[in-house]
Design a protein around this ligand. Structure first.
Ligand code: APR
Ligand code: PHB
Length: 390
């Protein structure tokens, strides 16, 4: 088989890239090691920056998002037993976010791909990348017991943190930066109305908590847990009790509890690989970087990589110019590092670390107090939360 761009991975990064390339008339094939149902079973964050929404519009997949997504103008911060609202729309001259689950974004992109008839090869085993140092790269995979090959002009490694693309690069050609946090997030999904119309990020001496949502009738809540914790240790009752203890009295009293329909623990990690281009291989999304979920930047960063990469490839095919592909890595990384810093900062300000002593707890509270009382600090947080310009 031959195509112009072979995309590894059918997560949001690979799917969005495939859809944009299709819009630009660039042929592409997606190779995915799992199947559609498996991918749609993963629950992830759900806050879209305005720029991400714009990109989904450009890709022609924003109809359901505009119908079912919830437009949010701000978030709430809860600390010291009180809640404070950050009006991000006011602080950014009118920018907003849309709360819409990543699983739904993925579903919309998969449906759109089916409609335009571009190929996705699911259950592609043993994917391997070859000759991306030349102008005739190839990808091999095993399907139904047979080894097959895709010849292409470019390979896009959109295969997430544990994918094969980054691992295919010679170790001397890549540098990695990483921080693993000494805690995780225990999350539950429940078909109960959200406690508040906006997200609540909480700093509490028992640990971080977050109240989020998927719709007017479906809530998503998180509490900070230890890295060695297990979901089996958390009955629904224990979860609701712990969440309530970390919230202000009004929110604690207002929580509507119900059975969880999903419960999972996520580890928190910051990670960046540099560069993001190796000859004719490009990394995009989680394959190149991970942020802790505090700030909800993961999907949005994947989208900004894909924006830069799709434009670079369009420039290559339409204008025969290498400028876009040559500049991709440094352009993407500049934005990635700013979001890495923002996510690390929010994580540091809101969580209890094993070495958080009374001094550092007071410093966190001072920072939060400053944040909600200074226009400059509110503006700085807001412009990053709603998404820095591309
Ligand atoms: N071969 C083929 N496909 C692979 C391989 C492989 N060796 N390894 C991984 N994949 C697939 C995975 O099965 C997955 O479907 O690549 C896809 C990667 O998707 P994601 O992990 O969702 O990564 P990405 O598309 O970059 O999405 C970024 O996901 O984790 C969140 O916070 C993150 O929201 C952000 C978004
Ligand atoms: C979520 O809704 O899952 C969510 C929202 C905001 C975050 C992280 C996760 O910062």
């Amino acid at each position: 088989m031959r195509t112009q761009v072979a995309i590894i991975g059918s997560g949001p990064a690979g799917l969005l890239l495939g859809q944009l390339l299709d819009c630009y008339g660039i042929d592409n094939v997606i190779l995915e090691r799992k199947d559609r149902e498996y991918i749609l079973g993963r629950i992830r964050a759900g806050v879209l920056e305005q720029g991400t929404v714009g990109l989904l519009e450009e890709a022609g997949v924003a109809e359901r998002l505009h119908r079912d997504g919830l437009v949010h103008d701000g978030v709430e911060l809860c600390f010291g037993g009180s809640r404070y609202r950050i009006d991000m729309k006011a602080a950014t001259g009118g920018k907003t976010m849309v709360v819409y689950g990543q699983t739904e974004v993925t579903r919309d992109l998969m449906d759109a791909r089916l409609k335009v008839g571009r190929e996705t090869i699911y259950d592609a085993g043993d994917v391997s990348l070859h000759d991306f140092g030349t102008d005739q790269p190839k990808v091999r995979y095993v399907k139904d017991g047979k080894t097959r090959e895709v010849a292409c002009d470019f390979i896009a490694g959109c295969d997430g943190f544990r994918g094969v693309s980054r691992l295919s690069v010679p170790t001397e050609a890549i540098r990695m930066f990483e921080r693993i946090y000494p805690f995780g997030w225990l999350g539950i999904l429940s078909d109960t109305p959200p406690v508040s119309p906006e997200l609540i990020y909480t700093n509490h001496e028992r640990g971080f908590a977050l109240c989020s949502m998927r719709s007017a009738t479906r809530s998503r809540y998180y509490v900070q847990c230890t890295n060695d914790d297990h979901v089996d240790n958390w009955s629904d009752d224990r979860f609701w009790d712990e969440l309530r203890r970390r919230l202000d009295p009004k929110a604690a009293a207002g929580i509507v509890i119900g059975p969880s329909i999903e419960k999972s623990i996520a580890q928190l990690r910051s990670f960046v690989a540099e560069p993001m281009r190796f000859g004719r291989l490009f990394l995009a999304g989680d394959a190149a970087h991970i942020v802790p979920p505090t700030g909800a930047k993961g999907l949005n960063l994947a989208a900004s990589d894909v924006r830069y990469l799709s434009h670079a490839l369009r420039e290559f095919y339409n204008e025969r110019s290498h400028a876009g592909i040559d500049g991709y890595s440094s352009k993407a990384l500049a934005r990635v590092w700013k979001a890495e810093r923002f996510s690390w900062w929010m994580t540091s300000m809101l969580h209890r670390f094993p070495d958080t002593d009374e001094f550092s707890a007071r410093i966190q509270l001072a920072e939060l107090n400053y944040l909600v009382s200074s226009q400059a600090a509110t503006a700085a947080m807001s412009e990053q939360y709603v998404g820095l310009p591309y």
